[in-house]
Write a protein that binds this ligand. Structure first.
Ligand SMILES: CC(C)=CCC/C(C)=C/CC/C(C)=C/CC/C(C)=C/[C@@H]1[C@@H](COP(=O)(O)OP(=O)(O)O)[C@]1(C)CC/C=C(\C)CC/C=C(\C)CCC=C(C)C
Ligand SMILES: [Mn+2]
Length: 391
């Protein structure tokens, strides 16, 4: 009922995003953005804020990008499904790479095993290396972009330098790369339905880093996290691909990919509080710090107090919620992509455990995951990738 009401009173493009956070039952389980923090809860609060404040939240703005990206991949998936149908029609029921097709045919049962063996093979070696290689080109471009504002020559980087980097990106997308690394990405974006928008948005995040060192609230921080990390999820899904047999909507897979980027960046921020403060940067939401009776000076002083521990507990809780959201989408990816994604999710999430193990001292102690734990995560990730479950 509340969902329907929102649909009527909000502009069409905003309604979908709003509805995602308000269950149709009319009950909201606390604020998704601010777990444990006493902000707007309940449908009526959301409704009155939507009416009183027609400006869109960062989450709504970002969700519009997600919908656009999802539409691109959806188009490609529909085309593939059509091609597959045509092949089936012309091939008198020969085996294709689509499991649902195989299993819906009257075929001898041992063929299923052949298919399963092939899936395992594919997961082990097949497309796996292709996925890794291609993701690497994206990763290299992301790292180079980040190095512009964070690297050894960052002091010389002006907004104009970022404009030039963006021009270079335009050229790369139009098939005019400047160097070998650009050329690899140029080739990738010509083969997969990768849109330029998330790349441009990442550059926008670097612009933000040049001019901003404080974030008023989580809404502002969320936008920053989307720019520098959520974008990575949107860049990589079209390359990794969604499984043919997936019944999930393309939007929900993108949503999960976005959540993984946000979760990773929130984790980065929580790990690097001391390091960032020494560069004069505080990414933590100012209003939440104030609510916990903490100030910038407390952070510069770097004392681990009970106030700080409690504040950190809430921040970690929120980052974990984004990891949970991300988990929902991994099983929908192509088999070959699931393992690296699970591995990166499990490894990054363990940084949050390490902060807890350091008794929340993220001022002078770097939270890191030891080699043994890293290695132990790999078979777990592999098991989840194989079974398509998150346990
Ligand atoms: C459905 C579903 C769950 C799909 C998965 C989608 C997916 C693969 C998401 C990837 C999320 C991801 C790895 C995000 C990166 C987040 C991140 C760490 C961003 C960092 C930004 C700047 O932060 P900061 O300066 O504070 O940090 P440093 O101290 O400098 O580290 C980044 C540095 C941006 C640069 C990002 C990269 C270099 C990583 C890019 C990685 C890929 C493109 C490959 C991802 C592929 C796999 C298989 C994990
Ligand atoms: Mn960086």
């Amino acid at each position: 009922m509340a969902g329907v009401l929102l649909w009527v009173i909000t502009p069409k493009e905003n309604a979908t995003a709003l509805l995602r956070f308000i269950p149709r039952s009319g009950k909201q389980k606390g604020s998704r953005l601010c777990p444990g923090l006493k902000f707007s809860t309940g449908v009526s609060a959301a409704l009155s804020s939507a009416v009183a404040n027609p400006a869109r939240s960062s989450e709504q703005k970002v969700y519009e990008v997600v919908l656009k990206q999802a539409a691109l991949v959806k188009e490609q998936r529909q085309k593939k499904a059509l091609d597959l149908k045509r092949t089936q029609k012309n091939s008198c029921g020969s085996i294709t790479r689509d499991s649902s097709h195989i299993k819906s045919q009257q075929v001898p049962s041992h063929w299923y095993y052949t298919y399963d063996a092939r899936s395992v093979g594919e997961l082990l070696v097949g497309n796996f290396t292709v996925v890794i290689n291609i993701s690497l080109y994206c990763a290299v471009w992301c790292r180079r972009t980040d190095e512009l504002v964070d690297g050894p020559n960052a002091l010389h980087i002006t907004p104009r330098a970022l404009d030039r980097w963006e021009k270079r990106l335009d050229d790369l997308f139009e098939g005019r790369p400047y160097d070998m690394l650009d050329a690899a990405l140029s080739d990738t974006v010509s083969k997969y339905p990768v849109d330029i928008q998330p790349f441009k948005d990442m550059i926008e995040g670097m612009r933000l880093d040049l001019r901003k060192s404080r974030y008023k609230n989580f809404d502002e921080l969320y936008l920053y996290c989307y720019y520098v990390a959520g974008t990575v999820g949107l860049m990589t899904v079209p390359v990794m691909g969604i499984a043919h047999e997936s019944k999930a909507s393309t939007e929900s897979v993108y949503n999960a990919a976005l959540a993984l980027g946000i979760a990773n960046q929130l984790t980065n921020i929580l790990r690097d509080v001391g390091e960032d403060a020494r560069r004069g940067r505080i990414y933590l939401p100012q209003d939440e710090l104030a609510q916990a009776s903490l100030s910038d000076d407390d952070i510069f002083r770097g004392q681990v107090t009970d106030k700080w521990r409690n504040f950190m507990k809430d921040q970690i809780k929120r980052a974990r919620m984004f990891f949970d959201e991300a988990e929902k989408g991994v099983a929908e990816l192509n088999a070959a992509s699931r393992w690296p994604v699970w591995a990166s999710l499990l490894l990054y999430r363990q940084i949050l455990d390490a902060i807890e193990e350091n008794d929340y001292n993220n001022f002078t102690k770097r939270a890191y995951v030891g080699k043994a734990k890293k290695f132990a995560s790999l078979p777990v990730a592999y098991g989840r990738a194989l079974t398509g479950t998150s346990k």
